[in-house]
Design a protein. Structure first.
Length: 114
């Protein structure tokens, strides 16, 4: 298991942007498939975006064209740039390493106000 620490959540107005960061406690980070998931209030957790060790990316339909996932292996970090936020993006966002059965961060709250 690897410890993951997220940061960057907060309150933002609709149309605004936020950047989430997640730092892993150890490597080999470059070998990890990394992802961001979210859980809106009263709903199940869903995949937001993922990035493979070869930097292949995948996005959930709801965020395509608005969110961008990236990684910096030298810093053991993965990022989620979120633009054009709307109220439906309000959720707790979780960083993940290694897929559903892998390691999870503690979550960071993102709240989008209208």
């Amino acid at each position: 298991q690897v410890q993951l620490v997220e940061s960057g959540g907060g309150l933002v107005q609709a149309g605004g942007s936020l950047r989430l960061s997640c730092v892993a406690s150890r490597g080999p980070f470059s070998a990890f498939a990394m992802g961001w998931f979210r859980q809106p209030p009263g709903k199940e957790r869903e995949l937001v975006a993922s990035i493979s060790p070869t930097r292949t990316t995948h996005y959930g339909d709801a965020v395509k064209g608005r969110f961008t996932i990236s990684r910096d292996n030298a810093k053991n970090a993965v990022y989620l740039q979120m633009n054009s936020l709307n109220r439906e993006d309000t959720a707790v966002y979780y960083c993940n390493a290694g897929g559903e059965s892998g390691s999870w961060g503690q979550g960071t709250q993102v709240t989008v106000s209208s």
